[in-house]
Design a protein around this ligand. Sequence first.
Ligand SMILES: Cc1cc2nc3c(=O)[nH]c(=O)nc-3n(C[C@H](O)[C@H](O)[C@H](O)COP(=O)(O)OP(=O)(O)OC[C@H]3O[C@@H](n4cnc5c(N)ncnc54)[C@H](O)[C@@H]3O)c2cc1C
Length: 297
Amino acid sequence: MENLHKVIIVGAGPIGLYFASKCEESGIDYIVLEGSDTIGGQLTRLYPEKDIVDIPGIDCIKAAGYIELLKTKINLKKVVLDARVSSIKISDKIEISTGKTAYFCEFLVLATGLGASVPRPLGVEHENECDNIIYSVKSFDHLKNKRVAIFGGGDSALDWAKAISAISDNVHLIHRRLEFRGNPDTIKDCKNLKIHLPYVPSSIVVENGKATSVTIKKVDSDELVTIPVDYIFVNYGNIASLSSFPFKMDNAFLVVNNENRVENKVFAIGDVCQYENKTRRIAPGLKEADKVFKLIS
Ligand SMILES: Cc1cc2nc3c(=O)[nH]c(=O)nc-3n(C[C@H](O)[C@H](O)[C@H](O)COP(=O)(O)OP(=O)(O)OC[C@H]3O[C@@H](n4cnc5c(N)ncnc54)[C@H](O)[C@@H]3O)c2cc1C
């Protein structure tokens, strides 16, 4: 049968790549199907320059560096890019389709993270016309000494507020609630950072394809504040799309048992899986990969 493999891994984020490295090391037949044109998942897409300090066995490594390290441990010819899996059918074999190509496998490992996602927008008129409204930062040198308004209240907004306020003294962090969802200790020593709680975006002024200011409105009040900006950085997370997978889901996440099994020979590891007290970080994903690898090898 054409395109038949022992293992198909869907998603070339850190957890899918780590699983692929285990297969490579043990000589297990595998391929990785990646929906985007880039290897590395959130680490490459959202924070390549961030130092990661909580991967077991590695003191400190840039996110992009960790992906480069994983790439050295797999056969890159086995990673198919632009192969977004759109349907999965289970019979005696598992059939996976990208719309263009069908693949078959004995074991399916879903490592699709936050999904083939698009960033959630700020939600103001004319947003799409502005090239200085950004949703991820690949390199943040160009934000040095710039006026930046960061929207969001989760860990990534707080991480970026800390990093950018270290290179600019005109950084605003705006969140719609009175308390942050992420760990507020992250920004406790950021003297330059101006914090606005609870405010929501109201409107922007656009000149020549750029937002020149953003006006925010205090929640349950008529109070408006206008912030002149060079950049608006939206950290509202992503809108995931995994709903066509025929498995039990909890919102965009796949419900797994204590073996990380979705059903029979289908497993989910990394950010995409959901169980009680699941933490969406790299280290727990690596542990899940080790557990599943033992079961299939
Ligand atoms: C700003 C920020 C900072 C972070 N910092 C840290 C940190 O310091 N330490 C830490 O441990 N964690 C950190 N995290 C969390 C960490 O990035 C995630 O836990 C990790 O990326 C999960 O890896 P993953 O492989 O499960 O998923 P992802 O990294 O989301 O990768 C999933 C891959 O699957 C692909 N995919 C999705 N759907 C399909 C489909 N249908 N078909 C084919 N491919 C598909 C995607 O394109 C993507 O490449 C941070 C997260 C953010 C946002």
